[in-house]
Design a protein around this ligand. Structure first.
Ligand code: NAG
Ligand code: NAG
Length: 830
């Protein structure tokens, strides 16, 4: 319809009226006829389908269809290409070939094709112009589908980049009109015209590019034509941003903090520092290093791997040397851009140091009398670790009389805790242990050897409270008697003991005249020879004194007992042996068997066995008539006296003591066997000794008369006493005689006597107690000691008896009394 309209408008100047399509065809034909001498112009769009109606020439030229047929009408083209054909039957022009305006005219506009319609008979030429109208049958198109542009990121804004132009073969509005570019963040599009009027586009950088932000930008350039409908063509623009070293490396942290134990082994990883560089390629290759500002000490201890930033331990860390390190690290890219960071390394203390005990002062010997709290040593105890690892507890082996005091930090004082006693413990090993509180804790020991020096606090001590020593009488002067020993628990000079004799008096004489004591050895020596019969025992005191200052001493009493030797022979008291006089015992002829003729009385001043006397008949006129009591010396008849027996009998009795060797004495006893005194006298007158006897008799008679009156009263008392004495002696004699076989039962008592001698000694000792000499023994027992009293019951009896007889404690007196007795009996005999 539009074509028709346009046709209508174009031919409006003609006379042809077109009312309907059908009528128009007719009219057109007529019109063409009518303008046979003119030109007919048609306008047709390009690209019409074949057979499409172009115009009705019958009408437009005013020709008849018959004429067409008759005139053998045909179309003539100069180039012989027939785009439009003639339908002779209908008298219309139709599209015979595809008409492409762009092919026919390219950019020339308007575009027309010309041809002639030739008729014959008559020849008629009609020129037909057909203007080919453009239709928007082409979109703008780019040659390349994709455009790649590489732009360095360093390029400044305002830079221009030319782009391909699009092409649209259409003309007029249908051809290329404008471009657009999307997106427009970084680039804008600028359309420019060249001097020849052709247009081209450029891309202008609006915002600087950053490869690190976006490495590739994808843009679409679109070209639009002005047709209806509008057509467009696009091209993809890929902008690749080329890297520039515009970024420095950046560490992942401005400061790295690490804690390390001081005992970390070598080559351990400390930390990995890392820096990133947003650039690409070699611009992002980073080398790590310690910067020069890092201390030399730290450089020696740590190392950094320049490729991967690993920091490792190179040396030996020691918390006690440095508690922290600061490493300045640097990351440099190939372009020389750098960043720095710090690594703070804190060293954690490990309990790797033992406490150290140093002795500042030490007195390695202190006197035993030091007061408690006396300072022995000052110690400095340190642990270089810190915190708990460096806190020290100080202790000492227990049970020692010492104490450790903390005086000030790290300083300890070792003091005494109690009074010391060198004599108990003379040295101490004091082990001081310092333990830190780390986990596990470490400890150190220190042993101090402390000597306790001696103070003279102990006196010498004798082994016994008293000593008893024995010495034989008749000893040679200077003989060793005994040695006393004292000990002193102190040491050195304080224990060096000297012995001294205390100058007591013994029997009124200074002890030093009897005894001397060796100061060094404590040996007791006799100075003189002792006589048992004079002194039986005495006491001395020996003092032991040490060498301390002041010295200490103690004393001990030593009883020295002089032991008897058989140095005295028995002495015969009765019958008295006088020079010329004859003493005779009278035996009546009527005497029975066992008649007591007389008794031989003897004493021995020795004691014990040495004084134990036995009597034997040595010689006799008639051995068969008399016998002598072995122990008691009694002479008795053994058979009935007969008339045949001689009047005068002479007996010799030997008295022996029991000493070794034994000593003896002999006595002659005259016995007269007669019933009357004259008988006796006659017998004695015959004797060879008669004259001597008479002289003696005269002397005795005078003497007797002289003394009889003087001693008469004394005699009365004496007789009584002697009777008493005799009674006792006999009793004891009997007893001792009776007891003799029993003596072996005595020994249990001997130990009490305290003798250190042999059994023989003890036996002797006991024996003499049972004899006469008992008295003289008692004489020296002053005052009687407990031990003597408790000897035995007989001893006790003896004692009481002895006390009652104190007035007769002299054996001489006894002898005297016995003599008196003899004389009185002689007088009576006369
Ligand atoms: C102290 O130690 C020393 C040396 O180890 C040793 O000879 C001595 O007997 C010890 N003394 C004591 C009282 O333990
Ligand atoms: C002997 O020692 C005692 C103490 O044991 C003392 O009382 C006495 O005085 C001392 N005698 C002498 C003579 O030193």
């Amino acid at each position: 319809m539009r074509f028709l309209c346009s046709l209508d408008s174009r031919i409006s100047g003609s006379t042809v009226r077109v009312s309907t399509w059908l009528t128009m065809r007719l009219v057109g034909f007529a019109f063409v006829m009518a303008i046979a001498h003119g030109q007919v112009r048609y306008s047709i769009p390009e690209e019409m389908n074949k057979g499409s109606f172009v115009g009705n020439i019958v009408q437009d030229l005013g020709l008849d269809v018959k004429r067409l047929k008759a005139g053998r009408s045909r179309i003539f083209t100069e180039d012989s290409r027939e785009y439009i054909g003639l339908n002779v039957d209908k008298g219309t022009l139709v599209v015979r070939e595809r008409i492409d305006r762009e092919e026919l005219c390219a950019q020339v506009s308007p575009c027309s094709i010309h041809f002639q319609i030739i008729l014959e008979n008559p020849v008629e030429l009609h020129r037909i112009d057909a203007e080919i109208l453009d239709i928007n049958d082409h979109a703008p198109a780019f040659v390349r589908k994709e455009i790649s542009v590489e732009i360095a990121e360093s390029v400044a804004s305002g830079a221009r980049f030319s782009l391909d132009s699009a092409h649209d073969p259409d003309v007029g509005l249908n051809t290329l009109q404008r471009y657009t570019l999307n997106p427009t963040d970084y680039f804008t599009l600028k359309e420019l015209s060249r001097s020849d009027g052709t247009k081209y586009v450029e891309m202008v950088l609006k915002t600087p590019l950053d490869r690190e932000e976006q490495e590739q930008h994808n843009l679409i350039l679109t070209a639009f034509d002005g047709g209806t409908p509008q057509k467009s063509g696009t091209v993809k623009i890929t902008v690749t941003v080329l890297d520039a070293n515009d970024n420095s490396p950046v560490f992942s942290q401005p400061i790295y903090r690490v804690s390390l134990s001081e005992n970390i082994p070598r080559d351990s990883l400390v930390v990995t520092v890392s820096a990133t560089d947003k650039d690409k390629g070699s611009n992002s290759e980073i080398a790590y290093s310690f910067s020069q500002s890092t201390g030399i000490e730290a450089m020696d201890l740590f190392t950094i791997d320049s490729d991967n930033g690993k920091i490792t331990v190179k040396g030996v860390l020691d918390f006690e040397k440095s508690k922290q390190y600061e490493l300045n690290v640097e990351a440099v890219d190939k372009g020389g851009q750098a960043d720095t960071s710090k690594v703070f390394i804190e060293i954690i203390d490990v309990n790797d140091n033992y406490p150290v005990i140093s002795v500042i002062s030490f007195s390695n010997a202190i006197p035993e009398d030091s007061v408690p709290d006396s300072v022995i040593s000052i110690l400095n105890i340190k642990d270089t670790d810190s915190g708990k690892n460096g806190q020290i507890k100080c202790s000492m082996n227990s049970d020692l009389p010492f104490r450790i005091k903390l005086t000030s930090s790290n300083f300890y004082t070792l003091v005494t805790d109690r009074i010391l006693d060198r004599e108990m413990i003379s040295e101490y090993n004091i082990t001081i242990t310092a333990t830190d509180e780390g986990s596990p804790s470490l400890s150190t020991n220190k042993t101090l050897m402390l000597k306790i020096s001696d103070v003279n606090d102990n006196a010498p001590v004798f082994q016994r409270h008293s000593y008893t020593a024995y010495v034989m009488e008749n000893n040679s002067p200077g003989v060793f008697i005994f040695a006393v020993t004292a000990t002193d628990r102190d040491s050195g000079n304080n224990a060096r003991i000297s012995y001294f004799l205390e100058d007591l008096s013994v029997n009124g004489v200074s002890a030093s005249s009897y005894i001397s004591v060796n100061a060094e050895s404590g040996e007791i020596l006799a100075i003189r020879s002792f006589d048992f019969e004079q002194t039986k025992e005495f006491n001395i005191r020996v003092k032991a004194q040490d060498g301390g200052n002041p010295p200490l001493s103690s004393n001990v009493s030593v009883k020295i007992i002089i032991q008897d030797q058989n140095d005295n022979a028995p002495q015969i008291l009765y019958p008295v042996q006088t020079g010329g006089s004859v003493v005779a015992e009278m035996v009546p002829r009527s005497a029975d068997v066992g008649y007591l003729v007389t008794k031989v009385v003897a004493v021995d001043v020795d004691s014990g066995q040495n004084a134990w006397l036995s009597y034997k008949l040595l010689k006799a006129t008639d051995r068969a008539l008399f016998e002598v009591g072995l122990q008691n010396g009694e002479i008795r008849t053994v058979r009935q006296v007969t008339d045949k027996d001689a009047v005068k009998q002479k007996l010799t009795v030997v008295v022996e003591d029991n000493g070794q060797p034994s000593r003896s004495a002999t006595v002659n006893v005259n016995v007269v066997v007669a019933d009357t005194f004259p008988e006796v006298l006659s017998e004695f007158t015959d004797s060879t000794h008669e004259k001597e006897y008479n002289d003696n008799l005269t002397f005795y008679l005078v003497l007797a008369l002289a003394v009889v009156s003087f001693l008469f009263i004394v005699s009365i008392i004496a007789i009584l006493s002697v009777k008493c004495y005799r009674w006792r002696r006999e009793r004891m004699f009997y007893k001792s005689g009776a007891n003799l076989p029993v003596i072996p039962y005595y020994p249990p008592l001997y130990a009490d006597v305290g003798g250190t001698g042999t059994l023989q000694h003890m036996y002797n000792y006991e024996a003499y107690r049972t004899t006469d000499s008992r008295k003289s023994d008692l004489k020296y027992s002053r005052p009687p000691t407990e031990s003597i009293i408790s000897l035995d019951s007989s001893g006790a009896q003896t004692l009481t008896l002895a006390q009652s007889m104190k007035t007769y404690d002299d054996s001489d007196q006894v002898r005297f009394i016995t003599e008196i007795d003899v004389h009185i009996s002689f007088l009576l005999f006369i």
